[in-house]
Ligand binder design. Structure first.
Ligand code: UD1
Length: 424
């Protein structure tokens, strides 16, 4: 039965939550386990719908994956298949990263095209052209990709744009190539560096991640390891926006401000007091926020597209108007229509959205359009008068282990309910 999230706004937040491991690190790392012979233990792995989908993909390939508490142990020794079914591919758009790992592990991969998604078209041309440059033969046929690479050879690959997924896919394939691969104009996101650290913990030789040139010395035999992924910077950004919206005083244990500098700078400009120490980030916010200078999403270290919706939600009751410019995805303002139901004043023209603060928001029935758009509805609901009923929360479950639990821990009035229970 599908579930709703019921949120009653108007309470300031207070308390502490522990920030989960990063979804966008754990997903490529789970694909990377295909390269390791022996057990990989992912410590404190977040239980997300996308992680579940990755686990199902691994099992469908013949690998063993099991939970022990919060740790996920993967052993890919038994892998006996090099194809991923269309159903599994469709469950998670980022499943494309299995391609590079499968090519490195078994020299072939058959899977369906991940296709478009709720953020607009999601092409993988950069992944495919890079893999071809390493020597893979790729046939695209009726939505399916048939990839063969009896031998991959390291070389220099220049990405047309710094795609996170393409950088990661090529790093994985390059581990199985002979010689050295250098990826230029690589994505610099911290999750790319986390993947490098994981691969090196398994015995790979990868360097440069975090800069725009990543080098991989291929052909090494990788072993298992125990690894803890970095804290989820977008979950941390979400809770910082939550307290900015509702007001209050919270502590995010484990959050790393150096990964979040553009988000914390924007929230400080809006009037929040944000501090960090070696254990996490604290935020104190009182009263209405101020509008801020234009927010332009950009590849890291620019403002993350994944934090655009939650920051927008935090500013709905600000004094003044803030301009947003979305430069990464074509269709990333789908939350705007839902926020408008709660009384928000947002005008969209192409890639630009202008948010003019209103005095008051009100609860309403709203629907998640995508993962971060869904989180934005929660952020807005915390500042709204009355109850907000959020449906289609399966989108939120893709990236937050339990957002209702975390918000409740912070003092919010938030709970999940079955859709039916709510009707009666
Ligand atoms: C990753 C993140 C996602 C985040 C995004 C941008 C994961 C699992 N997901 O997605 O949360 O929003 O980075 O920070 O890590 N592009 C092409 N051709 C390609 C690949 C990408 O044109 O072959 C374009 C995309 O359409 C988009 C831009 O490049 O406009 C950035 O996409 P990319 O960095 O690849 O995002 P993902 O890896 O899919």
């Amino acid at each position: 039965m599908s579930q709703l999230l019921l949120l009653r706004g108007g309470r300031p937040l207070s308390g502490e939550v522990k920030i989960q491991g990063a979804k966008n690190s754990v997903l490529p790392i789970l694909a990377a386990t295909l390269l390791a012979r022996g057990q990989v233990v992912l410590r404190s792995c977040p239980r997300l719908r996308d992680v579940d989908a990755s686990v199902r993909i691994l099992r469908s390939l013949g690998c063993d994956a099991r939970w022990e508490g919060d740790d996920l142990t993967v052993d890919t020794t038994g892998m006996d298949c090099c194809g991923i079914s269309d159903d599994l591919m469709r469950e998670m758009r980022s499943s494309a990263v299995f391609l590079g790992a499968m090519l490195a592990r078994c020299g072939q991969a058959d899977l369906s095209y991940p296709g478009g998604c709720e953020l607009g078209p999601r092409p993988i041309d950069l992944h495919l052209s890079g893999l071809r440059e390493l020597g893979a033969e790729i046939r695209e046929e009726g939505g399916f990709l048939h990839c063969r690479a009896p031998r991959l050879t390291g070389r220099e690959i220049l990405l047309r744009m710094p795609s996170v997924g393409a950088t990661e896919n090529l790093m994985l394939a390059a581990c199985g190539a002979e010689g050295t691969t250098v990826i230029s104009n690589a994505a610099r996101e911290p999750e790319v560096e986390d993947l490098q650290n994981f691969l090196n913990a398994c015995g790979a030789k990868v360097s440069g991640a975090g800069s725009s040139a990543v080098a991989v010395e291929g052909g090494r035999r990788l072993h298992g390891c125990a690894y803890r992924a970095m804290p989820d910077r977008i979950a941390a950004a979400t809770y910082l926006c939550a307290v900015s919206s509702a007001g209050g005083d919270i502590f995010l244990r484990g959050a790393e401000e150096r990964h979040l500098a553009t988000v914390t700078a924007a929230l400080r400009e809006a009037g929040c007091d944000i501090r960090r120490d070696e254990t996490g980030i604290s935020a104190v916010c009182r009263g209405r926020l101020r509008a801020i200078r234009p927010v332009q999403t950009a590849p890291y270290p620019g403002f993350p597209t994944d934090a655009q919706a939650v920051l927008m939600a935090a500013l709905l009751r600000s004094r003044g108007a803030t301009v947003f410019e979305e430069n990464i995805f074509a269709s990333r303002y789908r939350h705007v229509g839902e926020l408008a139901r709660m009384g928000a004043d947002i005008r969209v023209a192409g890639r630009v959205a202008v948010v003019t603060g209103v005095e008051q928001l009100h609860g309403a029935p709203v629907r998640c359009t995508d993962l971060r758009g869904g989180a934005a509805l929660c952020v807005a609901a915390l500042a709204a008068e009355g109850e907000t009923r959020i449906s289609q929360i399966c989108h939120i479950d893709r990236g937050y282990a339990d957002i209702a639990r975390d918000l409740t821990a912070l003092g919010a009035d938030a709970r999940r309910a079955d859709e039916k229970e709510n009707d009666s």
